[in-house]
Design a protein. Structure first.
Length: 109
């Protein structure tokens, strides 16, 4: 598959538009905090760089441009929490009441 560079000018325009409409970090809001979002994150990773077939690329591009798959995040949540979540498969953090955000947590069993 040819290398695509999805983070070009079209992405930059779409990203700014999204952040204007969604100015707060989604993960901070879940925890009852109000921090500005500075990154548009793909909730489900698109993995465009791993696409090996045209079908894989079509799925990756759909995930990349689907605004329902976007969330605004602050830098700490994007660069740390989200990365750990993707590697571990678990939702990290808790609500302001101290309950885990991960619905599969042992606390709910």
């Amino acid at each position: 598959m040819p290398k695509l560079k999805p983070y070009g000018s079209k992405w930059q325009r779409s990203r700014l538009e999204y952040l204007r409409a969604n100015p707060l970090c989604a993960m901070c809001l879940e925890a009852g905090r109000y921090e500005p979002a500075v990154v548009v994150d793909h909730i489900k990773p698109h993995k465009m760089h791993e696409a090996k077939t045209p079908e894989d690329m079509a799925v990756a591009q759909h995930l990349f441009w689907d605004r329902k798959n976007w969330q605004g995040l602050c830098n700490p949540h994007h660069n740390s929490t989200k990365q750990r979540m993707e590697k571990s498969g678990k939702v990290i953090g808790c609500t302001e009441d101290g309950l885990p955000l991960d619905a599969n947590s042992h606390w709910f069993k």
